[in-house]
Design a protein around this ligand. Structure first.
Ligand SMILES: [Zn+2]
Length: 214
């Protein structure tokens, strides 16, 4: 990849940009009005715009290690994710926020395997998923359950941001928890009432949340 970073930029300018040029210019003049904030993992296998077939200007996207949401902190510590949530809700006035988790997530694995010794920020960050962890070393199926539990946890934490809570109560904003099965191209959706991740298309059986999930 490193070999061709500049080549890729050239290709974008010469081939991709011309196809969208009018759209980009319109967005520069009118400003952005995305309807959705998507919080997803930094994992290179996840392509949010491809997943949602989103055009420029449609998706306000935040990516971090593990699609985690820090607790709301009115002392305003350094958190790019909290800043993005505030910006999306208060300035862009998005109508939907999606927390999108996924399978085989390195952040969730780090809960069990530990972060490298020289990575204090990573070690601290993945603790945001810790309440979802199970004791012992889970197998693949249990790991999936921990990943889904973590999504429910982040949704719960997000709903405690005051500006989010107020708008959800007024019916102006909806929060969604998703679990992306990358290898199947399927997204399961958190159904809080059923306490399960369900397939909106009804083709994949529902996967109940682990006991103790929020
Ligand atoms: Zn991940």
């Amino acid at each position: 990849m490193a070999r061709d970073l500049h080549e890729r930029l050239k290709h974008f300018r010469e081939h991709t940009f011309p196809r969208h040029e009018r759209e980009y210019r319109k967005l520069m003049a009118a400003g952005q009005h995305p309807g959705t904030l998507l919080i997803s993992c930094a994992d290179s296998r996840i392509l949010p715009h491809v997943l949602l077939e989103a055009e420029p200007g449609e998706l306000f996207s935040v990516r971090n290690v593990g699609n985690l949401v820090p607790p709301y902190d009115d002392n305003a510590g350094y958190s790019s994710t909290a800043a993005a949530i505030e910006y999306a809700v208060l300035v862009l006035r998005v109508r939907d926020i999606v927390v999108c988790g996924h399978g085989h997530c390195g952040a969730i694995h780090a809960l069990y395997q530990g972060a490298p010794k020289e990575a204090p920020h990573l070690a601290q960050w993945v603790r945001l998923a810790r309440e979802g962890a199970l004791s012992g070393a889970p197998d693949g199926r249990k790991m999936r359950s921990v990943e889904q539990h973590s999504v429910a946890l982040q949704v719960e934490r997000l709903s405690r941001y005051p500006m989010v809570r107020e708008r959800v109560e007024r019916g102006e904003l909806a929060i969604h928890g998703w679990y992306y099965v990358i290898e199947d191209g399927v997204v399961l959706v958190l159904d809080a009432a059923r306490r399960a991740f369900v397939d909106p298309a009804g083709e994949v059986p529902a996967e109940p949340l682990a006991p103790g999930a929020p």
